[in-house]
Design a protein around this ligand. Structure first.
Ligand code: FEO
Length: 402
């Protein structure tokens, strides 16, 4: 990624990774990602906010040379996870005079993960400032957005909020600033689902706090810089609030069309009541499990209900359904209702197993509905009734999003 000016003497010098298809060996990144690194050139000192993923260190070094940086005074570490801090040891070798800056928690985790001692750091805490002469950074720890050490900082004179992972997107683009593209909104939502959603209470608090600070721009560590911060603040308010859309997400696997038939009937039953229904076949192709489950996670950000549908394999759920259950349990979406339906040949414990796998997912449970073999007329009536009952529950929700 070439050097991109953000404003006077503030430059994005990080790296782009447009071909990356999976993050943390878990999250699909169809738009790739970026590892943003911000260079701030003050009248008296120069600071770099976050080095990049170690695999992209050469890109960062190239960009710093392009800008003519011969001396770095500070390397500010907002977050330890290696996609932001992994290149720190190499960068320190290139700029041995640079002092590391980070909170106590950053120091602790940098010791754990990169074996850099805390004595090498200048410590900053809530409200502390670092002067670069005519530019000043003020620090705000944002624990659990999404690690304990995440930190934001505000460049006071230019009102740029460097928000670490918060407000980020896995979205590689030639343009550094956000656009109104729907793909960008989807990328930000999927990122929220898979990284921030388990911490939505904290994220709601930080969104409110930073909106009140009225930054002119929000510069996260992945994806575009939001030059209209209210756009991303509005989205986060929607995603972190308790209100839901009147929509039902159905993730399903089908081996011999019994479960698929159930989904067809259920979808029509729900749609007849005017609900939005999103169906994701999470095992359509061998490589589709993570991709489709990523779609499910994104859709669950503001959906009212989630139904997981599985055939029975050796007495339990299909492994793809088990994967989706474990992931949803970890991501903790705000859906109000959760149900398990599916099919079996002669006996099943699939619903019970899914129940165990989703033990900390707080949604109200719907009665499970398991059908023996291909659904017959009676089964189809039971599925329709299930859909009618679920639709009634969703339609009774009062605090809904448009
Ligand atoms: Fe982008 Fe938490 O690392």
């Amino acid at each position: 990624m070439p050097v991109q000016p953000i404003c006077s003497n503030v430059l994005e010098v990080g790296a782009s990774d447009p071909d990356r298809k999976l993050f943390d060996a878990l999250m699909p990144t169809p738009f790739g990602t970026t590892y943003n690194s911000y260079l701030i050139i003050g009248s008296e000192a120069t600071a770099l906010i976050d080095p990049v993923d170690p695999d992209k260190y050469r890109d960062l070094l190239f960009n710093l040379k392009e800008v003519g940086v011969e001396k770095l005074d500070y390397i500010v570490i907002l977050h330890t996870e290696q996609d932001h801090s992994g290149a720190t040891p190499m960068l320190r070798r290139a700029f041995p005079e640079a002092q590391l800056v980070g909170t106590k928690k950053v120091q602790e985790l940098m010791g754990t993960h990169l074996h850099i001692p805390s004595e090498d750091f200048i410590t900053v805490a809530e409200g502390d400032q670092l002067s670069l002469g005519d530019k000043t950074l003020t620090f705000y720890p944002i624990p659990f957005a999404h690690w304990p050490d995440n930190t934001a900082c505000m460049l006071e004179e230019d009102r740029i909020l460097f928000s670490s992972d918060l407000f980020g997107s896995h979205y590689a683009n030639k343009k550094v600033f956000s656009t109104s593209s729907n793909d960008q909104r989807i990328a930000a939502r999927t990122y929220f689902a898979e990284i921030m959603m388990p911490f939505r209470t904290q994220c709601a608090k930080y969104t409110k706090k930073f909106r009140e600070m009225a930054p002119h721009m929000v510069a996260p560590s992945h994806g575009p810089v939001w030059y209209e911060p209210n756009h991303i603040f509005d989205l986060y308010e929607r995603w972190t609030g308790d209100s839901v859309r009147r929509s039902v997400v159905i993730a399903y696997v089908s081996m011999h069309e019994s479960t698929a038939k159930m989904i067809e009937v259920l979808s029509l039953s729900l749609a007849r009541h005017g609900l939005s229904v999103v169906c994701c076949n999470i095992a359509e192709e061998p490589e589709s499990l993570m991709v489709e489950t990523g779609h499910v996670a994104g859709e669950l950000v503001d959906a009212a209900a989630f139904v997981l549908a599985t055939p029975t394999v050796l007495g339990g759920p299909h492994p793809a359904a088990a994967y989706a259950a474990v992931l949803v349990n970890a991501l903790k979406p705000k859906t109000r209702y959760f149900g398990v339906i599916g099919s079996y040949g002669w006996a099943t414990k699939a619903a019970e197993t899914i129940e165990v796998l989703t033990g900390t997912y707080k949604a109200e449970r719907l009665p499970s509905l398991m059908v023996k073999g291909l659904p017959n007329d009676d089964d189809i009536e039971r599925i329709r009734a299930y859909g009618d009952d679920l639709a009634a529950k969703v339609l009774a929700i009062e605090d809904v999003l448009n």
